[in-house]
Write a protein that binds this ligand. Sequence first.
Ligand SMILES: [Fe+2]
Ligand SMILES: [Fe+2]
Length: 263
Amino acid sequence: MKFIHISDIHLIGDEYHSLYGINPRFRLKKAFQSINKWHKDAKFIAITGDLSNDGSKSSYSRLEEILKNSMLPVFPILGNHDIRDNFRQFFPQYTSDNFIQYSKKIGDKIFLFLDSVVENNQYGELCKERMVWLENQLKTHKKESIYLFMHHHPISCGLYEMDNVGNFKTEDIFWNLLKKYSNIKHVSFGHIHRIMHSCKSGISLHSTRSTAFQVAFRTDCKEEYLTNEENPTYAIVDINKDGNTRVHHHEYMNEDRVYLGEC
Ligand SMILES: [Fe+2]
Ligand SMILES: [Fe+2]
């Protein structure tokens, strides 16, 4: 089984406005063109938050318009830049709860989409209500392989600002719950605008780059992020018969520039 992971698309209300010199809408449309071309066999696309850069209704309207051209089902979650009520106006299927959390059963696997947002704050958390929901899901699906999606990084990424200001505040209680379940296979997350892989309590994790702008790996910066010119990616996640994942990160903007070569 294969799914596609997109993150941090940061759409802006004014489609002609640029963000750090790039156009998020243009880059996202290119991602969907690439996915439609190469990955029709994937089961779904997950977008792990920061759907909007400014939380505006017009940015969600643009997202709705772009998603109409997706050949695959798309499962979005929110990030710290998003506004739940504005999102819900364009995606009314997510109106049933205080938060944007939901589960999907595909084949014999369970995919849990979490809401780690504390609106108007950079940091994230799973409050008691959201943790109860997650625990109930885990108790209900003890026999299936579980895959989690969330915006904030549930593990240190090594960048000061991300780990101290924009961090996931309920990391300890989150992992105390996860380590009780041996059927949780993988966590896909966003927020750090970088490719990162890790493993904790036997669970593999990854993030992929933003489809908009990237964050430089500069450990000398204590109070700011630096963006750079790294290309956007999306991740192609294959789940093998044992439930484990293989993750490729694809730089799609110049994907037609390929040449014969030997490795
Ligand atoms: Fe972001
Ligand atoms: Fe974020």
